[in-house]
Ligand binder design. Structure first.
Ligand SMILES: [Zn+2]
Length: 391
């Protein structure tokens, strides 16, 4: 369940919750899903190429609606029209983002079956006869597919409003759906952080994070073991004849394990962020760039890549309780500063676990010391902005 709050007009806050459920479509329903994935890619590419042609000819930006394509591509009528409309919305959104901020977002790309995820999204519509998408006891009703059997990790509250559903197929062939709900909630009372109820967290390669009080996340062993298995499979694959039956089976195995690791990792991040958000009134972290965090995947550190996700989850889990995630400037020398006396050292080696402050003689655990500084800076930042606001 996830994220996002927005101010509603009547003083209440709109909150969005997502429930992710495994789907068990019948062969016919699975076939319809496949068709829908294909149609969504097709219409996206058609709209994008027409937009480009139109732009080249007139210099103006315009995206035709899906209806236009149905005469020439009658197969589009076989799938949920809502899914096609969503592609139009997404493409328009992608262009809006691109025009506003071309460096960050880039020009929308064509979709390819090989590289792009199999997925489609459909909005729920409330008609007098009832909603188009709704949950049953052990399934979910969709427009064209009918009732698809599903396993829900939890049920929505009665007052939540189902907004839309995204169906996706993983690389190992499993189907999932993400159901988005809108709910009106009373905004939480803001919680004012105090030093005793605030924690500072520092990213750590071996421990995931280290806190200012010396605690560490220490990711479970199984994650490491799964990763070793994955590396083994990868080596095996590289020695095999591509295309053979054995090869195909190993590829499937590899994909399943890959998904399994991603699930384990998400689960770990989810639980850790919930535990911290419930236990503390404020969390201070460094404002590390998310793309640099993503780069850690390539260095083979599966959890490191999840640190950005961990931070975002902490942010919304805290916000829901009126609590703060305070980000400290990433260029602050938090590692090199002595948390006892404030002396700033020239450099502190990343290889050493501890260092001694030449000024006051304090012996520091490198990462714990950094976490202490992150917390101190974060709190100072918070109280400064509070002063500015009241002045
Ligand atoms: Zn010192």
């Amino acid at each position: 369940m996830e994220r996002k709050t927005r101010q509603a007009t009547d003083g209440k806050t709109l909150q969005y919750n997502t429930i992710k459920a495994r789907l068990y479509p019948t062969p016919a329903q699975a076939e319809l899903f496949e068709k829908t994935f294909g149609c969504c890619r097709y219409i996206w590419n058609q709209m994008l190429s027409d937009e480009q042609r139109f732009y080249a000819e007139t210099g103006a930006h315009f995206i035709p609606t899906p209806a236009k394509y149905k005469t020439n591509a009658p197969f589009l009528k076989e799938v949920d029209n809502q899914a096609l409309i969503q592609e139009h919305n997404r493409l328009s959104q992608a262009f809006r983002a691109f025009f506003k901020n071309p460096e960050t977002f880039g020009h929308p790309n064509f979709k390819r079956k090989k590289t792009d995820r199999d997925s489609f999204t459909a909005c729920n519509h409330d008609f007098e006869s009832g909603p188009t998408i709704y949950l049953t006891k052990d399934g979910i009703r969709m427009t064209k597919a009918g009732i698809v059997r599903a396993k829900f990790p939890r049920r929505p509250q009665a007052w939540w409003k189902l907004k839309r559903i995204t169906v996706e197929k993983t690389r190992s062939g499993k189907y999932y759906c993400c159901i988005l709900y809108e709910c009106q909630v009373k905004p939480p009372e803001p919680v004012r952080p105090a030093p005793e109820t605030t924690i500072g967290l520092k990213y750590s390669m071996p421990h995931f994070y280290v806190a200012d009080d010396g605690t560490m996340a220490d990711p479970p062993r199984w994650l490491e073991r799964s990763q070793e298995k994955l590396a083994k499979l990868q080596r095996k694959l590289s020695r095999m004849q591509a295309g053979s039956k054995n090869y195909q089976e190993t590829v499937q195995k590899y994909r399943r394990l890959h998904e399994h690791i991603a699930n384990q990792r998400n689960d770990f991040i989810h639980k850790e962020s919930r535990r911290i958000a419930n236990a503390w009134d404020a969390v201070c972290m460094r404002a590390d760039a998310l793309d640099e965090m993503a780069q850690r995947v390539r260095q083979g550190n599966v959890l490191g890549s999840g640190y950005g996700m961990f931070r975002e989850r902490l942010r919304y889990k805290l916000a829901r309780q009126g609590k703060q995630l305070i980000l400290v400037d990433r260029y602050e020398p938090t590692t090199r500063t002595c948390s006892a006396c404030g002396f700033v050292e020239e450099a502190v080696s990343y290889e050493r676990r501890t260092w001694v402050c030449p000024d006051c003689g304090a012996v520091h655990h490198r990462e714990v010391n950094a976490a202490k500084n992150i917390k101190a800076r974060g709190l100072a930042q918070y109280f400064q902005s509070e002063e500015r606001e009241s002045a």
